[in-house]
Write a protein that binds this ligand. Sequence first.
Ligand SMILES: [Zn+2]
Length: 198
Amino acid sequence: MYPKSLRELIDSLKYLPGVGEKTAERYAFSLINQDEEKVEALSEAILSSKKNIKKCVVCNGLSEDEKCGICSDKDRDKSVLCVVEDPKSIFIFEKLGAFNGIYHVLSGLISPLDGISPNDIGLDKLIDRIKKEKFKEIILAFKPSIEGETTSLYIKRVLEGLDVSITKIASGIPMGADMEYIDTITLERALKDRKSVE
Ligand SMILES: [Zn+2]
């Protein structure tokens, strides 16, 4: 029914999160009605971000260079490390503007039920980094969930005996809430009121 290229466009758009057939159709029709330059700019932007964005070698955050802007910034406090579960969380915290330390990004959280073990989320690299760099505080900033708790406790246990304080962002964030949907006041308060991992 749809011409082949339109069908392909709709199917491609369905790779995006939350986009089903209906939304994909709406986007596709909107795209074919746009000026050619706009569509070209969009496809260029998609291609270039895919090609140029890579993982920072230090923190695993997103970067166009080997080292990201935060890791290379001399004004950041290198004694406080905020550990997050995905690269997007960095942008959420940066938007708050309430944190001046540096970050480390894991590839998700430990989830025994889904067969995700400490090795799968890159915890070895984090632990190495903590042992090498002299941090005063490690802030665990995971979404409140069983997986977040499991990961926090695991990190706490592995780091036992090291002279570093391990804290996590405070509760007040609803269980299971995704970081990006937590309002900034709640998140800023959670960051400020962080407490020791017990
Ligand atoms: Zn970095």
